[in-house]
Design a binder for this molecule. Structure first.
Ligand SMILES: [Zn+2]
Length: 312
């Protein structure tokens, strides 16, 4: 008796159909197996029983929104050091992209609201102290629309802005164009988007490296969605940094420290994808793909920084 119908038994890593092998079992079943397509070694029990492939601390594997949120700290803490995360979230673990996307969306929204509070405080100081003398004067000048502008800019700083023209009429614009440095936040994301984009190209587009990986698309999608959250968190980090600077000021040494941190964040993305290949997806040999992907993504990051400058 098979626990699942044989036609649904696939290699968890590359998706190769294993039903032929399962059908060939007559009087006894082996405990261990090896995929003839990608070389992954596995316990047959793990491949056939998806319940074994769940992690009790992982948000993607939660069975409800509440549980998903409760598992957020334990998920995030492992993501800080990607080799730890990928040593648990391997190809053997069930992929639930919808749950993962929902989790990323909830966390991104939460991070955005928290960051918006800081941006609001920064704007409060900017409008009240620097631009209009005091907040009372500002509110007396613009009334209700002044409050709308404060809230709008707190929520959308870095994405869009609302300003008043000389006659006091409101107008809207997208991130770039306003004088405020917070509206340049997205610019700082370009190197990270470049790094992630190039990893996706290496794993999904270029035939040679795609063949080296031999990986189901869902695994790449999982890494891409988590990377997206990383980029978003960095975006919110920039918003908070600029907002605190406007609110109470950030000493130069701390600013320098944050500058170095941005470099470290780039290293995090490289480590994230590298350890996904080696530890999470068990691609063998892994060094060639890690080397090619890392070089490509560093170049991608550099080009992404240089491109806006080159285009003027
Ligand atoms: Zn396989």
């Amino acid at each position: 008796m098979h626990p699942k119908s044989p036609d649904s038994v696939i290699c968890p890593k590359c998706g190769y159909d294993q039903s032929g092998i399962v059908d060939s079992w007559t009087d006894r079943c082996p405990l261990r197996g090896r995929c003839t397509e990608c070389g992954l070694e596995f316990d047959w029990a793990d491949v056939m029983d998806p319940k074994r492939a769940h992690l009790h601390w992982y948000s993607e594997h939660a069975s409800g929104l509440k549980q998903m949120l409760a598992r957020t700290p334990s998920t995030i803490i492992r993501l800080f050091y990607p080799p730890v995360f990928w040593s648990r979230v391997t190809v053997m673990m069930e992929v639930r992209l919808r749950w993962l996307m929902l989790w990323v969306l909830v966390i991104a929204l939460g991070a955005h609201l928290v960051a918006s509070v800081f941006v609001g405080l920064g704007l409060w100081t900017e409008y009240g102290v620097w631009k209009y003398g005091s907040l009372t004067l500002y509110l007396n000048t613009f009334g209700f629309l002044g409050v709308v502008r404060l809230v709008f800019n707190a929520l959308f700083a870095g994405i869009a802005y609302m300003e008043f023209n000389s006659r006091g009429d409101p107008y809207f614009g997208f991130a770039r164009g306003s004088y405020s440095s917070i509206n340049e936040s997205w610019f700082f994301l370009l190197p990270y988007i470049g790094i992630v984009g190039l990893w996706l190209i290496v794993l999904m587009v270029i035939p040679t490296t795609r063949r080296l990986a031999k990986l189901r698309g869902v695994h790449i999608a999982r890494a891409a969605i988590i990377s997206l959250l990383g980029v978003w968190v960095i975006f919110e980090g920039f918003r908070v940094f600029i907002a605190i600077d406007a609110w109470i000021g950030i000493p130069v040494w701390l600013g320098t420290a944050f500058g170095w941190l941005t470099l470290l964040l780039g290293v995090w993305f490289l480590l994230f994808w590298g350890s996904a290949i080696r530890t999470g997806w068990k691609i063998r040999p892994s060094w060639l793909l890690i080397l090619l992907g890392t070089i490509a993504s560093i170049l991608g990051g550099i080009v992404a920084i240089a491109l806006p400058t080159m285009l003027g």
